[in-house]
Design a protein around this ligand. Structure first.
Ligand SMILES: [Zn+2]
Ligand SMILES: [Zn+2]
Ligand SMILES: [Zn+2]
Length: 147
């Protein structure tokens, strides 16, 4: 999303789009692949923009909670990627190269119904990530059937 839209969104949510947040957002939007907080810190440092690592972590968490960014967790490592889709959506992450593709469909209505039936909870939201191997990483012999 462009900076104008970002500003509007922050205003709507009554959040301030501080300079560090803006700089971090721009860094993510220029990135060709997902970035870790440390990578963002180092890139900014090279550009003579010193933003504390804690502040980077917090901003990234905020972006994630606003649905602006997707957090890719791989053991102790986390990386972030900006979302292109603005509405509710899911992601699939390649377990080999870490590439992420956004999925513009979501059909879990049967699943939600089952959750309600078994717990009595009214489902209002969900998060769901898919993991697999992208076309360039897919091992050739995966045609074994049962999955
Ligand atoms: Zn996304
Ligand atoms: Zn891959
Ligand atoms: Zn969904």
């Amino acid at each position: 999303m462009n900076i104008g839209l970002l500003r509007n969104l922050f205003r709507e949510k009554k959040l301030s789009l501080s300079h560090p947040r803006l700089v971090i957002y721009q860094e993510l939007s220029n990135a060709l692949s997902p970035l870790s907080p440390l990578e963002i810190y180092q890139t900014l440092l090279k550009k003579k923009k010193k933003i504390g690592l804690t502040s980077i972590y917090r901003s990234l968490e905020l972006f994630e909670s606003l649905g602006l960014a997707f957090k890719i967790t791989n053991g102790p490592n986390v990386k972030y990627k900006l979302c292109e889709l603005e509405n509710h959506h899911h992601h699939i992450v390649c377990k080999a190269c870490g590439n992420v593709v956004e999925l513009n469909f979501c059909d879990i209505s049967n699943w939600s119904k089952k959750v309600t039936e078994s717990t009595g909870y009214q489902v209002v939201d969900h998060q769901l990530n898919f993991y697999g191997f992208c076309k360039s990483c897919k091992p050739l012999q995966t045609q074994s059937g049962s999955r």
